[in-house]
Write a protein that binds this ligand. Sequence first.
Ligand code: GMT
Length: 380
Amino acid sequence: MKIAIVCYPTFGGSGVVATELGIALANRGHEIHFVTYRQPVRLELLSNRIHFHEVHVPEYPLFHYQPYELALSSKLVDTIKLYGIELLHVHYAIPHAYAGYMAKKILEEDGIYIPMITTLHGTDITLVGNHPFYKPAVNFSINKSDVVTSVSDDLKQKTLDFFDVKKEIEVIPNFIDKTKYSLDFTDCQRSLMAEDNEKIVTHISNFRKVKHIPDVIHVFNGIQKQLEAKLIMVGEGPEKEHAELLCEQLGITDKVVFLGNSNEIDRVLCFSDLFLLPSKSESFGLAALEAMINRTPVISSNTGGIPEVNIHGVTGYLSDVSDVDDMVKNALKILSDDAVLAEFKENAHQVALNFDIKNVMPLYEALYEKAYKAHYNSTY
Ligand code: GMT
């Protein structure tokens, strides 16, 4: 099938899921066309089955805001016509579902009908999407999608609670590709980051407020008071500067490394002993799943879709949002005993295997087939 994928090309989870899905679909023989404003960060190789079409928004001084949705709709129309695209899959409702629907309607004028799948990822529903400024447009575009998917049961429920959705929402979780993680990969270079007696604690995110970055620092502070440890912070975002300042105030700067954005998170996770994800809300928590497949247990908040991934007492622990003391207590339970740590590491890996792309991709493919057939039957 020829599929156009619209996503954010950045380090955010929705872009990562869209990119990895596109690559996997191409490996299964589909022809994939990414349409976005920059080459997605996880998309390293283009091929005859993976294409990238850049959306340009020409600067014009009259416009206070440059109209990205308009440029995206136009690019979609052109790409779909030129390459004979059969299905459109948009990731993140804002503004992608809206722009996708416009493209669909424009194409209909030329007698071209194309089904659109919208995947809801989280903040497009929980934070941004239900803001009164956007809500009517988001509600409309969800209902106008031919198929709607969400990445967790919790996000499905929130979408039904916040919006007036008339469509069935299919839950398809985030995934990993287990073939990328084999036991014989030993080149972790752990010694570059920590001494042998130090435990390595890691956090990876886009450092937005929703991630509760100060909680990450406070939890680590509690851990390092009890045992030798290092904290590795991966990512960039608005809360980073404050986090650096907080480390200085707590006198732990020599124990915390800020790495910035990285394409090598598996390398970092490979030598990590614990992953911290104390977010205020999290529709799934792809970062936690990526930690788990790398044998890193997770200390997280008990919010959103996280409990669907991080199993309390098995792959890590869940605490109430902002309950830093409980997170410290749970972290120490895992880190203080090497046998317990080894058990949690193995459990984390085993549970993560349930989310292997081999199990998840057929769910998307089945929906594509269904959407394509339904669309075809209703239009011809
Ligand atoms: O985590 C982020 O802030 C990035 C965000 C995004 O939209 O790119 O991630 C969301 O989508 C991911 C992929 O489906 C989920 O794993 C994340 O949990 C979700 N983030 C939030 O809900 C905060």
